[in-house]
Design a protein around this ligand. Structure first.
Ligand SMILES: NC(=O)c1ccc[n+]([C@@H]2O[C@H](COP(=O)([O-])OP(=O)(O)OC[C@H]3O[C@@H](n4cnc5c(N)ncnc54)[C@H](OP(=O)(O)O)[C@@H]3O)[C@@H](O)[C@H]2O)c1
Length: 413
C-alpha cells in the first residue's frame, strides 16, 4: 500500500470517463484498503455545481453499479471527493485549484479526462499557477494524436512540462489479465523462449472482433476509423507483448523499453506497399448511422500483416485484425507453429462483472505505486504511429480499395 498521501485531480470530472471507469475503480481500491491514507479526489469541470452537488453526481454514477450502490462504505468514500468549478481556459480555475491543494501537495496525479484540444490550455495554466512540480504525475488517455505529426506535437507539449517518468499514458488493453498471463507464459518457462522463433513459428494472428456495430458513436468513428481506433494503440501494444524480447526486469521501465524496442523493428510500408499488406472493409448499413457521411469511406474492419526487420521472429507474418458487426466477440492471439500446432490465448481470461472497472483499478493502482510497466512510453506511441501512418494515408487516398461486408459476417478477403 502507498504510504504518501495522494491527491488525484481529475480534469473533466463530470464526464463519462469519470462516471463509468475512474469512479467505480477508485471505489474498489477504497473498499480493498488499497488507497493511501489522506487520499483525495479533486474534480475540475465547468459545471455549475457545489461540492455537495458533485458528490451527489458521483453517488448517482456509483448507483449504476449495483454492487457499489448497496455498499455501506459508499458514504465514507464520497467524502474523499472535492470540486473546483471552472473553465479549462480560465486562469482563476487554477488559482482555485491551488487553494484546494494547499497543504495536500505531497504527491499529485493529474488525470486529463478531457478532449485533447484542451491539453495545451490545462498544462499551460497549471504551470502559470505554479502547480507543476517534481512530485506530480500526469495520467492521460489514448489516443495520443490522430497521426504521427499530431502525436509528436502532443508529446512535445507533455515533455515541456513533465519528465518521461512522470507521464502515465493509459492503454487499458495493457491492463488486461491476458497480458499478464501471456507475459508469464512467455518468460517464466525457458523452453518457450527457445521455440518463440521463426524456426518454429509460422504465423501469429491478433484478433479483436466486436459483435456490436458502431451504435451511437457514428460521429466519433467517422473521425478515426477502426485502424486508428484500436489498431495503432491496443493492437500494436499487444503485438509488442507477443513478439518482444525478454525484458531486463519484469516490471517498470524495463518492460516498456522491451515493447518499444520491438515496435522499432516493425517494417514500415510506404503508401504504395500498403495495399499488399492491408485490407479494409465497411459493414453494410454503416452509412445509415447517425453522424456518418452517406458516402463514408471509413473502415469498420481492417486486417494488416506486419513483419519484423530484426530479431528471432524476423519474417514471420504477424496479422492484426479488428472489426465491428462481426459474427462474434473474439479477443485473442493465435500462434501457429510450423508443425501445425496452435496456441490460442484469450486476452480476457477472467469472467469479471465489470471488465473496465477491473482494468482501471489496476491502472490506478500501478500509477499510484509508480510502476509504469502497463503504461505506454513516448517511444511506443511514436513507433506505433510510424507504422500506422502510411497505411492510414493509403486508406485515405483509396490506394487500398474499400470492400463491404454483411453485418455478422466475416468480410470476404
Ligand atoms: N469515456 C471513455 O470511456 C473514454 C475512454 C478512453 C478515452 N477517453 C478520452 O477521455 C477524454 C474525456 O472523455 P469523456 O468521455 O469523459 O468526455 P465527456 O463525457 O464529454 O466529458 C468531458 C468533461 O470535460 C468537461 N469540460 C468540457 N469542456 C470544458 C471546458 N471548456 N472547461 C471545463 N470543463 C470542460 C466536461 O464538463 P461538463 O460536464 O461541465 O460539461 C466534462 O466533465 C476524451 O478525450 C476521450 O477521448 C474517454
Amino acid at each position: 500500500m502507498q504510504k504518501d498521501p495522494i491527491s488525484l485531480v481529475v480534469f473533466g470530472a463530470t464526464g463519462d470517463l469519470m462516471a463509468r471507469k475512474i469512479l467505480p475503480s477508485l471505489f474498489y481500491l477504497y473498499k480493498e484498503k488499497k488507497l493511501p491514507r489522506g487520499f483525495r479526489v479533486i474534480g475540475v469541470s465547468r459545471r455549475d455545481i457545489s461540492e455537495e452537488g458533485f458528490r451527489g453526481k458521483m453517488r448517482d454514477a456509483a448507483g449504476k453499479f449495483d454492487e457499489i450502490a448497496k455498499d455501506k462504505r459508499l458514504a465514507g468514500f464520497l467524502k474523499l471527493f472535492y470540486f473546483v468549478k471552472g473553465y479549462f481556459r480560465d486562469r482563476y480555475t487554477y488559482e482555485d485549484l491551488k487553494r484546494v491543494l494547499e497543504g495536500h501537495d505531497h504527491k499529485i496525479f493529474f488525470y486529463l479526462a478531457v478532449a485533447p484540444k484542451f491539453y495545451k490550455h490545462v498544462l499551460e495554466n497549471m504551470q502559470k499557477a505554479g502547480l507543476i512540480h517534481q512530485n506530480m504525475f500526469l495520467l492521460v488517455e489514448k489516443p495520443i494524436g490522430l497521426d504521427l505529426t499530431d502525436a509528436r506535437e502532443i508529446e512535445k507539449l507533455f515533455a515541456k512540462y513533465f519528465k518521461e517518468e512522470q507521464i502515465y499514458r493509459i492503454d487499458h488493453y495493457l491492463a488486461k489479465s491476458g497480458m499478464d498471463e501471456l507475459f508469464d507464459f512467455r518468460f517464466r518457462k525457458k523452453f518457450l523462449e527457445d521455440i518463440w522463433t521463426r524456426e518454429y513459428i509460422s504465423s501469429i494472428e491478433l484478433k479483436l472482433w466486436e459483435k456490436k456495430d458502431v451504435g451511437t458513436r457514428g460521429e466519433f468513428y467517422e473521425g478515426v476509423g477502426a485502424l486508428r481506433d484500436v489498431g495503432q494503440n491496443h493492437m500494436l501494444a499487444m503485438l509488442a507483448y507477443v513478439a518482444m524480447n525478454r525484458p531486463k526486469a519484469f516490471h517498470g521501465e524495463a518492460v516498456r523499453k522491451a515493447r518499444a524496442e520491438l515496435l522499432r523493428t516493425l517494417k514500415i510500408y510506404n503508401i504504395r506497399q500498403a495495399k499488399h499488406f492491408a485490407y479494409r472493409a465497411q459493414y453494410e448499413g454503416y452509412r445509415e448511422t447517425k453522424g456518418v457521411k452517406r458516402n463514408s469511406k471509413v473502415e469498420t474492419f481492417f486486417r494488416v500483416t506486419a513483419f519484423l526487420r530484426l530479431g528471432k521472429l524476423k519474417g514471420v507474418p504477424i496479422t492484426i485484425e479488428s472489426g465491428k458487426a462481426m459474427p462474434e466477440n473474439c479477443k485473442e492471439f493465435v500462434v501457429n507453429f510450423k508443425d501445425r500446432k496452435q496456441i490460442i490465448f484469450p486476452i480476457e481470461t477472467h469472467a469479471v462483472k465489470y471488465q473496465y472497472v477491473e482494468e482501471y483499478k489496476k491502472i490506478l493502482a500501478y500509477a499510484f505505486a509508480e510502476d509504469d510497466s502497463i503504461f505506454l512510453g513516448r517511444d511506443e506511441v511514436l513507433e506505433s504511429w510510424k507504422f500506422v501512418d502510411s497505411i492510414v494515408l493509403a486508406f485515405k487516398k483509396n490506394l487500398v480499395p474499400l470492400k463491404f461486408y454483411e453485418p455478422d459476417h466475416y468480410p470476404k478477403i
